[in-house]
Ligand binder design. Structure first.
Ligand SMILES: C[S@@+](CC[C@H](N)C(=O)[O-])C[C@H]1O[C@@H](n2cnc3c(N)ncnc32)[C@H](O)[C@@H]1O
Ligand code: SF4
Length: 294
């Protein structure tokens, strides 16, 4: 198999077949992200993809899920993605193909194009929308607006393409968590993702956000505020959705049916938040500051 650079994928896709479709990310300038530093965006040759699929087929002819690797392969032209989809179908007919997509990638495809790609198995996207707060999106240079989030996701829904979203808590910094969550709730309640990952931002060395923090221009939210942000978010969401909290960035771990388990999980978060002492805050801050990667 050909792998260049890191294979980033959601924890829930750990057992998929990873096939490199792109390397790096077309945007590569969100101020908090260093995933693809040193790996400029490029497109994997179709011959390489086919070779990898042949090798994978020899090892396991019954692959049911494929993770099309890269920071946002959905940025590729519809024609190119269709070629990739056809190759996946040739070797693993019926396999579910998932991949990352940026919000602006969605806005560049028509509903008809999305439907066409879906017919070739490209039918499950993971969108790192992060939050639906224009102030924050602009500050971290995400490269799209809340209006784009609504537009892109509604197109997916019209095309019948299922999608998951990634929420990144703490991005607004100290004093901004609750308002970000409230703004996001207003948007999410108009959309129908089937899954959402809850992450909290880690300020990683080498990023612009790290430099901003060093200059005192970005002040991180305390743990209590980060929890309040999640409590506000989950409490306000009316979506029928599963929520996955990743233990590597959130300090807790769950995978819940939101409407069924909301009261329980939100209650636990409130309990944890209200029991955190100033010493706990200092300890958790030190732990976060010592992290050099997500
Ligand atoms: C490969 S990206 C998602 C797909 C696509 N590139 C996009 O941005 O929509 C994976 C996710 O990792 C998370 N991530 C990146 N840098 C992070 C950081 N410093 N701390 C926590 N999460 C981070 C973000 O939530 C991001 O959406
Ligand atoms: S968060 Fe996504 S879009 Fe932003 S730089 Fe990282 S991989 Fe690229």
């Amino acid at each position: 198999m050909h792998y260049n650079g890191p294979i980033i994928r959601p924890q829930t896709d750990a057992y998929s077949l990873f096939v490199e479709v792109t390397v790096g990310c077309t945007h590569n300038s969100c101020t908090f992200c260093n995933f693809y530093d040193g790996y400029p965006f490029r497109v994997a040759p179709l011959e390489q993809i086919e070779e990898d699929l042949q090798e994978a087929k020899r090892q396991n002819p019954n692959v049911k899920r494929i993770w099309a690797s890269g920071g946002n392969p959905y940025a590729l032209s519809t024609e190119r993605l269709a070629e990739v989809g056809k190759l996946f179908q040739k070797y693993f007919p019926g396999a579910l193909v998932s991949m990352y997509a940026r919000v602006d990638d969605l806005c560049r495809k028509s509903v008809e194009e999305m439907k066409y790609l879906k017919s070739l198995g490209i039918s499950d996207l993971v969108v790192g929308f992060e939050c639906a707060d224009d102030e924050v999106l602009e500050h971290v240079n995400k490269g799209y607006t809340v209006a784009d989030i609504l537009e892109g996701c509604k197109r997916l829904e019209e095309a019948g393409v299922t999608y998951r979203m990634i929420y990144l808590g703490g991005m607004g910094g100290k004093g901004h968590g609750e308002i970000s969550a409230k703004r996001t709730v207003e948007v999410l309640n108009q959309l129908h993702p089937y899954y959402m990952y809850l992450n909290m931002v880690t300020v990683v060395p080498g990023t612009k956000l790290y430099e901003e923090r060093a200059r005192g221009e970005f002040v991180e939210a305390e743990e209590r505020e980060r929890l309040t942000e999640f409590i506000t978010l989950l409490s306000g969401m009316k979506n029928e959705i599963r929520i996955f909290a990743a233990p590597n960035t959130t300090n807790f771990s769950f995978d819940i049916d939101l409407q069924k388990d909301k009261e329980n999980v939100v209650g636990q978060m409130i309990e944890i938040r209200d029991s955190l002492t100033d010493e706990d805050e200092a300890r958790l801050r030190a732990y976060r500051n010592a992290k050099t990667s997500v």
